[in-house]
Design a protein around this ligand. Structure first.
Ligand code: HGY
Ligand code: MN
Ligand code: MN
Length: 425
């Protein structure tokens, strides 16, 4: 195939029907009937059998496109479209296909399948990019099974070690490294990635801003800081009927006190735009007539400002220290699960995305990401930025109601394609 001078990148036509069909086909893997919404949700957590099936489907699509497929030591899947000058650093486009337990069809998948759609558009235009174009599907972006988010991209960028990742366990005690082998995705490709020329990610916004601003496209300026910790409370099991209050060491009560405290911190306004979520609450023995002797909760804190985040963490730690004062004998353990600072994205790549959006006829706004993304890990080693696509229903996500229209999904991938063309030519 000879290289042709590139038609202007609006001629890079994205096949929106194929993109949509791929999103639907992938979402069918790990689908379940969600009682709370009455919708079909997706539960394809990393390194499960469902994840393996999703990975195999993705690889079949990469092979259909003639991409060179490699898998690294963390199981991250790379599909490479060779460039006219193979020795040049590639333009890397990626996201993730692992999901939370109550997912929709778009979170992560749009960015990976959008990358394939971009490569398909190059092929249809008969355009050979100067630089190679690589599409990545990062392992365990969600972090919900093994407890650390952006895991595959963080190890690839060198922030976390392979040993740390392999040693992580899920709630059944299954080790990450063993599960990776079990599903056959412990790859040979060395996990440390050579810095790409640039990294781009297309993702649904997962929030209400673009819909409120009546925009299809958002150019992402960066990601806010994230702090995940697991707090374990050790009390004493006792009879619910005979044990007077002053003799109780109630781990369940302590957990509830923490939940109320983090919401008080948010509402106080003393920590800027702090967001706090206790997503997991487990008590044991979990019986109606037994005062809980153990409680385990997770505390997810988010803040666009690192100082406010540090102060919120310090004040929460001090609160945990004081908890036993109200219940002598209570023991409190806090373990950090994930921690990332606020990450700004490359201004130059943001500008490229904004120009691409204009070229395609979309005016955009710039906004910070409330969610974490693999792009924040790539930003440590290469110029990186993201293009957001408007979500419906106030941009709800991590919920089967998550939805972006076929037109908006195609728009986001068109912007991605134009930016990839610019950066790879
Ligand atoms: O937690 C997050 O922000 C992302 O969904 N991993
Ligand atoms: Mn995501
Ligand atoms: Mn997510």
């Amino acid at each position: 195939m000879t290289a042709t001078t590139c038609p202007n990148s609006t001629d890079l036509r994205i096949d929106g029907d194929r993109l949509w069909a791929d999103l639907v086909a992938l979402a069918a893997i790990g689908s379940y009937d969600d009682e709370a919404t009455g919708l079909v949700g997706v539960n394809r957590q990393s390194l499960t059998d469902e994840d393996r099936a999703g990975r195999e489907l993705l690889i079949s699509w990469m092979e259909e496109l003639g991409l060179e497929v490699t898998i690294d030591e963390m199981g991250t899947i790379f599909g490479r479209r060779e460039g006219l000058e193979p020795e040049l650093a590639p333009v890397l486009v990626g996201s993730h296909i692992d999901t939370v337990a109550t997912a929709g069809a778009f979170d992560g998948c749009l960015g990976v399948l959008g990358g394939l759609a971009v490569i398909r558009a190059f092929a249809e235009a008969g355009l050979q990019p100067r630089r190679p174009i690589v599409v990545a599907a990062w392992t365990e972006e969600e972090g919900v099974r093994f407890g650390t988010d952006m895991l595959g991209s963080a190890v690839a960028a060198g922030r976390l070690s392979l040993d740390y990742a392999y040693g992580l366990t899920d709630e059944t005690g299954a080790r990450f490294g063993d599960e990776l082998r079990r599903i056959g995705f412990k790859g040979e490709r060395p996990v440390h990635i050579d810095p790409p020329h640039a990294y781009l990610e297309c993702h649904i916004e997962q929030g209400p801003v673009l819909a409120q601003e009546d925009r299809v496209i958002g150019i992402v300026t960066g990601v806010q800081s994230i702090s995940w910790q697991k707090v374990t409370l050790h009390g004493r099991a006792a009879h619910a009927g005979t044990t007077p209050t002053e003799l109780r060491i109630d781990a369940g009560l302590a957990a509830a006190q923490i939940i109320v405290e983090v919401r008080r911190m948010v509402d106080s306004g003393a920590y800027g735009r702090l967001r706090a979520t206790v997503g997991r609450i487990e008590t044991s023995p979990g019986l109606p007539s037994v005062v809980p002797d153990r409680a385990e909760i997770t505390v997810d804190l988010r803040n666009p400002d690192d100082e406010h985040m540090a102060r919120a963490e310090a004040d929460l730690a001090a609160f945990l220290e004081r908890l036993p004062d109200s219940q002598p004998g209570l023991r409190v353990e806090a373990a950090q699960m994930a921690r990332t600072k606020a990450v700004p994205f490359s201004e130059a790549v943001q500008d490229t995305l904004e120009t691409a959006a204009k070229e395609r006829g979309y005016d955009s706004i710039r906004l910070m990401s409330g969610a974490g993304h693999d792009a924040q890990e790539m930003a440590a080693i290469a110029p990186a930025a993201m293009v957001f696509v408007r979500g419906q229903h106030h941009g709800i996500s991590h919920n089967p109601r998550e939805y972006s229209t076929p037109e908006d999904c195609r728009a986001g991938v068109e912007v991605l394609a134009s930016a990839v063309k610019e950066l790879s030519s």
